[in-house]
Design a protein. Structure first.
Length: 255
């Protein structure tokens, strides 16, 4: 049985491969908040176990077995996140750290029961793909908002673990499935000017924040439709209902 530390390493490397980043010793160390020496030692152990290929100074790549294991951990993590958010009422900014703790202790049977309970979802609360039992993911071709042109878009994914940033995005209404118009790109690395349906005043979003938001183009006609948002994982919410749910969570936290 793999330790939680090994699972964290494999998941971190999978993330870098998904982002088409080089999984170097220093990058893995920064992501896991450990020393470079600890990473080097672990890489050698995982290579002996047949879970990755390690080349000093060139980084690592997962083997087929390593990737299969990493996807299994990722599936547990994202199903737990969705359960915490949809069923237990956790804010989407809180689910990551909780899932990090729980993913290492639940059984395979629990994961499959959870998957069935949630209706076999394909997206977590942040719009990230949930691998199925065989490790398959949808894998859409998405565009970073930072690279998008002027036009109408729908948010499909927010790639961030920062609770403060996620809280900010929810306050601004920039959650998975929300539709908006990109009106202007201020030159020289300036902010983006966007407008959500039903809002009179445009909003400004920094280029750095836009790099974490992934979108697809939306028909202009759909921009004029109602506030309804079909939230990821088959959970239908309106923006008003999302705010009501947030208020309920805040009420439970009051003494």
């Amino acid at each position: 049985m793999l330790t939680s530390t090994v699972e964290d390493y494999l998941k971190a490397i999978l993330h870098m491969e998904d982002m088409q980043e080089k999984a170097s010793t220093s990058k893995v160390a920064r992501r896991l908040a450990v020393t470079d020496a600890s990473v080097t030692d672990m890489m050698r152990k995982l290579q002996k176990a047949g879970l990755l290929i390690y080349r000093p100074y060139y980084g690592v790549t997962l083997t087929e077995e390593g990737r299969k294991t990493a996807l299994k951990v990722l599936r547990r993590h994202r199903l737990i996140e969705l359960f915490l958010h949809r069923t237990l009422g956790y804010g989407w900014e809180l689910v990551h750290e909780e899932a990090e703790r729980l993913e290492h202790v639940v059984s395979d049977l629990f994961v499959e029961r959870l998957d069935a309970l949630l209706g076999h979802p394909v997206k977590d609360p942040h719009g990230e793909d949930i691998p199925d039992a065989k490790g398959n993911r949808q894998g859409e071709q998405l565009t970073s908002l930072a690279e998008a042109r002027i036009g109408a878009y729908t948010v499909l994914r927010v790639h961030s673990r920062d609770p403060g940033f996620l809280t900010f995005l929810e306050k601004e209404g920039l959650v998975p499935s929300c539709r908006f118009s990109l009106l202007e790109r201020v030159p020289f690395q300036g902010p983006l000017k966007i407008k959500l349906p039903g809002r009179r005043v445009p909003q400004y979003l920094s280029l750095e924040a836009a790099k974490c938001i992934f979108v697809v183009t939306t028909d202009e006609s759909k921009q004029e439709q109602s506030e309804e948002v079909t939230y990821q994982g088959g959970h239908s919410l309106t923006l008003r209902e999302r705010q009501a749910g947030k208020n309920r969570r805040q009420g439970r936290r009051r003494p």
